[in-house]
Design a protein around this ligand. Structure first.
Ligand code: C5P
Length: 227
């Protein structure tokens, strides 16, 4: 069977990573969560006091980029790869609402994007990869054989993210999660470098009213048409 590149883009909290993980498992492909990479850079910026609610030292972050080493390590117990920042597992730290509140501002910086895009292209050079993010089908792999663009209403997405955070014991309110989802969508779609747009050849899936199983079955059919 032909090995392909599957690009999954879309708005925040549309379930991209759930779908991508299911696909990677089924097809025995590598899964790469590019959002985790932007989140790790944002976490680095927070740790080093380069970003706060009312300030962002972009110049210092750009200068520090050579000192930021990102690596995915597969965890066989979880069945997916975890994000390591300079040798430290930061999988838990990068999923907090604080990181979510800063990540889109960090992801606007062109120097950050070019560093991460280069690493992503390297990871996908042998195909057999499912990568999710915001610019995978447009910038990282414009020649991907299958491009999916996922959407759902902001309220549906905020509710899903809120449930996830609550399960982890995070005491955030639904209103704050919704605000974060709407703000990130705005920054991600309006930034100058690689804004979130649907690629001409992407297939759009609105999963507001689809179960995970229905969505997975629909996308597997699309994969089978291509391989
Ligand atoms: O996918 P996730 O919601 O974890 O991504 C976090 C943020 O990282 C996004 O809101 C976006 O600002 C940024 N991002 C990006 N390009 C990607 C993946 C994520 O700009 N390919």
């Amino acid at each position: 069977m032909k090995k392909i590149t599957i690009a999954i883009d879309g708005f925040s909290s549309t379930g991209k990573s759930t779908l991508a993980k299911q696909l990677a498992k089924q097809l025995e492909y590598v899964y790469v969560d590019t959002g985790a990479m932007y989140r790790a850079v944002a976490f680095f910026a927070m740790q080093n006091k380069l970003i706060a609610a009312d300030s962002f030292n972009k110049k210092a972050l750009i200068e520090a980029l050579p000192n930021i080493q990102l690596e995915f390590k597969f965890n066989p117990n979880l069945g997916f790869a975890e994000m390591f920042l300079n040798g430290e597992n930061v999988e838990t730290q990068i999923r907090t609402i604080e990181v979510s509140n800063y990540v889109s501002r960090v992801a606007e910086v062109s120097e950050v994007r070019s560093k991460l895009v280069e690493q992503q292209q390297e990871m996908g050079k042998n195909k057999a990869i499912v990568m999710d993010g915001r610019d995978i089908g447009t910038v990282v792999f414009p020649d991907a054989e299958l491009k999916i663009f996922m959407t759902a209403s902001a309220e549906t997405r905020a509710q899903r993210r809120f449930d996830e955070l609550q399960q982890k014991g995070d005491t955030v309110s639904y209103e704050d999660v919704l605000k974060n989802v709407v703000e990130r969508d705005y920054i991600d779609t309006h930034r100058e470098d690689s804004p979130l747009v649907i690629a001409d050849d992407a297939i759009e899936i609105d999963n507001s009213y689809l179960t995970r199983e229905e969505q997975f079955a629909a996308v597997l059919e699309l994969v089978n048409e291509v391989v």
